[in-house]
Design a protein around this ligand. Structure first.
Ligand SMILES: NC(=O)c1ccc[n+]([C@@H]2O[C@H](COP(=O)([O-])OP(=O)(O)OC[C@H]3O[C@@H](n4cnc5c(N)ncnc54)[C@H](O)[C@@H]3O)[C@@H](O)[C@H]2O)c1
Length: 222
């Protein structure tokens, strides 16, 4: 199985760098909408609470070259980040598990702005199969291989109960799916040619909850 984690090194960029690129993109997009033509690493760093050296290093992976002491052309920077993330290309995904989380992701329009279209949805519940959600008909999960073939999807967004995750993964294994965005807490066993990213909201919360007591202490000592 191919996994994405902090040990996984792409040739040119670390995972933390890749994770920071969307916030640069948002900032650059806003700057472009405000008519700004040039933006410096120092300004980007200030807005995002980062060090300018970090910003320069991160942006260098996209191949963009800034002008010393001037900055980056905003439109060129936008294109460079989009292209580096492959957000200028179209990707098709199927959501498997149309419960609370699957439904929320379906409605999250921002993914479409980054080239990701939900082309199908599937579930195992007889009450849900055949009904409509977000203009898509819920398919029977048993028909997943046919749905993948029909839609040309290359990604599965997995939002089933943990107890069902591996069963679904085994069905996906023999299809043309290239990536699974796995929201369950199950370490999936799949073929090496499928990239798996485990997504966990708890890790963001862990950072917050760990820091909370320290912030309280700071407040008390001021
Ligand atoms: N990663 C995160 O941060 C995060 C956050 C919330 C929930 N989750 C996980 O996401 C998953 C979904 O959570 P939820 O709250 O939406 O649950 P839910 O019970 O609301 O939805 C699960 C859906 O999966 C369907 N389902 C069950 N077995 C299936 C199968 N074999 N094939 C296809 N569909 C099947 C159910 O009918 C239901 O519609 C759970 O594994 C949960 O732990 C992860």
């Amino acid at each position: 199985m191919s996994k994405i984690n902090d040990n996984f090194k792409q040739k040119v960029a670390s995972i933390p760098t890749i994770k920071r690129l969307p916030s640069y993109l948002n900032l650059v997009k806003r700057a472009s909408q405000e008519g700004v033509e040039i933006i410096s690493a120092t300004n980007i760093a200030k807005e995002l609470d980062l060090e300018p050296i970090q910003v320069r290093k991160d942006l260098a992976v996209t191949g963009i070259i800034g002008k010393p002491r001037i900055g980056y052309n905003v439109n060129e920077l936008f294109q460079a980040i989009q292209s580096f993330l492959n957000w200028d290309k179209k990707h098709k995904a199927i959501i498997v598990g149309t419960g609370n989380l699957g439904s929320a992701l379906m409605k999250y329009g921002e993914l479409k702005n980054h080239g990701l279209t939900i082309v199908g949805i599937a579930d195992a519940s007889p009450e849900k199969i055949g009904t409509e959600k977000n203009n898509l008909t819920i398919s029977d999960v048993n028909d997943l291989p046919a749905l993948i073939k029909k839609t040309g999807a290359t990604m599965i967004i997995l939002t089933v109960p943990p107890s069902e995750a591996q069963n679904v993964a085994e069905v996906i294994n023999d299809t043309d799916i290239k990536a699974i965005w796995n929201f369950t807490n199950v370490k999936l066993k799949v073929s090496d040619r499928i990239l798996v990213l485990m997504e966990d909201l708890s890790s963001g919360y862990a950072v917050l909850s760990f820091h909370l007591p320290f912030y309280k202490e700071n407040e008390d000592t001021e």
